[in-house]
Design a protein around this ligand. Structure first.
Ligand SMILES: *Cc1c(COP(=O)(O)O)cnc(C)c1O
Length: 423
């Protein structure tokens, strides 16, 4: 074993650019791994938190004898973060990219021209756009399928199908896909399965344990959790897929900066604490909205409510229900707009998964790019509001929603009479 390898192993990282060695089996609990995986004290100084390493290049002891070579290929902060991601997703290999979208692009580039992809129909808008407008232009074609019933997958498989791309729960209508059922059908047909796990994070769902081949995230959301880093990650147990992804990560070069990796790893250390609180608050918010007068709220979507059509699947597949809640306010797009302007804690903004609560109107913001018919088919009505429930005090969040709802609905021209009567 070369001295470079010994040093690499002491740091818990691989000699770049070969794939990282498999992490130890996750004998520790989630919180312990979130804090310690890929975060050994710095052997040079004893620093408990590995330092930020901004150098773009690394001095070699002899030609080819190095731990790190060039920062695009690998660097200490990215290697540490990738080791932590692998440990949390129960994977042998972890990868970090400049954004969730760069992760999607890189994973799709493992396919050869002429390949066919089956994607869940209400996939993230940017993924839909990449598949439809970018992958298609290099000869990778996609069929979008409603996978509420996993068996629908069978009918969409062609001779050239290679990959199934799913997301669960979906955005913003929080539909679930049965990962194990999809993986079983896909594997029988020789396809590999990619799961976008952004909405739940590995704290609540580990797709690789359910048979998925690759898990991807927009780390911009829960993994970093503080709305101050754009980043994506991927993880897999397949050595073959890992070496393709590692090659493309370097060749395409859509890599995150060491500083962003440092920030994201700091965020990751509290993922378990944040996710517990996100889910507790979201459950309280969902129950509050469901119990609210029909004069204020039409319907509520949250996988943790027994009224969710896939509540049983959520209990079986997930370890918690997450922090995202969608609901239809009683009124139209103007009612929704008033509501969004009158919340004081929920900020009117796109994105999700940060410690602070956010609210948005998918029909005119995140999902404005879809045709009206497509939105109607997915249930993205003009009064559908998506909440990213943060980790503030739940009582304050509920009071905020309550005052904004009453004030917004009171001005409905058609229902104001009904509203006053109900009061
Ligand atoms: C935000 C998001 C993405 C894209 O990630 P970026 O970091 O914004 O590029 C992909 N998938 C889901 C589910 C997302 O929410």
């Amino acid at each position: 074993m070369s001295p470079a390898n010994t040093a690499a192993q002491a740091l818990g990282v691989a000699r770049a650019p070969s794939p990282a060695p498999p992490p130890p089996p996750p004998q520790y609990g989630f919180g312990t791994l979130a804090i310690h995986a890929g975060s050994d004290p710095d052997p040079a100084t004893g620093a408990v938190i590995p330092p930020l390493s901004l150098s773009t290049t690394f001095k070699q002891r002899a030609v080819g004898d190095f731990v790190y070579e060039y920062s695009r290929s690998n660097n200490p902060n990215r290697a540490h973060l990738e080791a932590a991601i692998a440990a949390l997703e129960h994977a042998a290999h972890g990868f970090a990219f400049a954004s969730g979208s760069a992760t999607t692009a890189t994973v799709l580039n493992t396919l050869a021209p002429g390949a066919h992809v089956i994607s869940v129909n209400d996939v993230y808008g940017g993924t839909h756009r990449y598949l439809n407008k970018v992958a298609s232009s290099v000869g990778v074609e996609t069929t979008f399928v409603d996978l509420a019933d996993a068996a629908s997958l069978r009918d969409a498989v062609r001779d050239n199908t290679r990959m199934v791309w799913i997301e669960t729960p979906t955005n913003p209508t929080l539909r679930l896909v049965d990962i194990a059922a999809v993986a079983e059908i896909a594997h029988a047909a020789g396809l590999f399965v990619v799961v976008d796990n952004t909405f739940l994070s590995p704290y609540f769902q580990t797709p690789l344990d359910l048979g998925a081949d690759v898990v991807v995230h927009s780390a911009t959301k829960y993994l970093n959790g503080h709305s101050d880093v754009i980043m994506g990650v991927a993880a897999t147990n397949s050595d073959a897929l890992a070496s393709k992804i590692r090659f493309l990560q370097n060749a395409m070069g859509a890599v995150p900066s060491p500083f962003d990796c440092y920030q994201a790893q700091r965020g990751l250390k509290t993922l378990h604490l944040r996710m517990r609180q996100h889910a507790e608050n979201a459950q309280r918010v969902a129950e509050f909205l469901e119990a609210a007068s029909p004069v204020l709220v039409d319907s509520v979507i949250y996988p943790g409510l027994p009224s969710h059509p896939q509540h049983a699947l959520a209990k079986r597949q997930q370890r918690g229900f997450g922090g995202m809640v969608s609901f239809r306010i009683n009124g139209d797009t103007h009612t929704a707009d008033r509501f969004l302007q009158r919340t004081r804690l929920f900020a009117l903004a796109e994105s999700l998964g940060g410690v602070e609560s956010l609210a948005e109107l998918p029909a005119r913001m995140t999902h404005a790019g879809l045709a009206p018919e497509e939105r109607a088919e997915l249930g993205i009505t003009d009064n559908l509001i998506r909440l990213s429930v943060g980790v503030e005090d739940a009582d304050d969040l509920i009071a905020d929603l309550s005052q904004a709802l009453e004030s917004a609905v009171a001005e409905n021209s058609s229902s104001s009479h009904k509203y006053r009567q109900a009061l």
